[in-house]
Design a protein around this ligand. Structure first.
Ligand SMILES: [Zn+2]
Length: 110
């Protein structure tokens, strides 16, 4: 069952607003409990939003680029093939250096 966290937060804010008007009183423990519940609800709302984002998209860990999740991951894979900050670029550069060195050695050997 989906809990409506926003509705619970709104209820607490409504009650706190009533106490703030001074027509009703609340003891320190009751107030502290309401503030704790409010903080917990805000954290839960933020976590819910983050989870929704994580389920709908993925990101490059090296540059933060985001892509919506697709069936086979081809969109983020395409980004990784071209991302300048991805460590594969350094590996590819080193492979090119080594291949050039090999080609030079072969040329000078014959
Ligand atoms: Zn990237």
């Amino acid at each position: 069952m989906q809990v409506d966290l926003q509705a619970h937060l709104a209820d607490i804010d409504d009650v706190l607003a009533i106490y703030a008007r001074g027509t009703h009183t609340i003891d320190a423990n009751g107030y502290a409990a309401m503030m704790l519940a409010r903080t917990a609800l805000r954290r839960a709302i933020a976590a819910e939003a983050e989870l929704k984002q994580l389920k709908s998209g993925t990101y490059c860990a090296y540059c933060g680029h985001t892509e919506p999740i697709d069936g086979d991951g081809e969109r983020i894979a395409e980004h990784i093939r071209t991302c300048e900050k991805h460590p594969m670029r350094a590996v590819e550069a080193r492979v090119k250096e080594l291949e050039a060195e090999i080609a030079n050695l072969r040329d000078s050997a014959y």
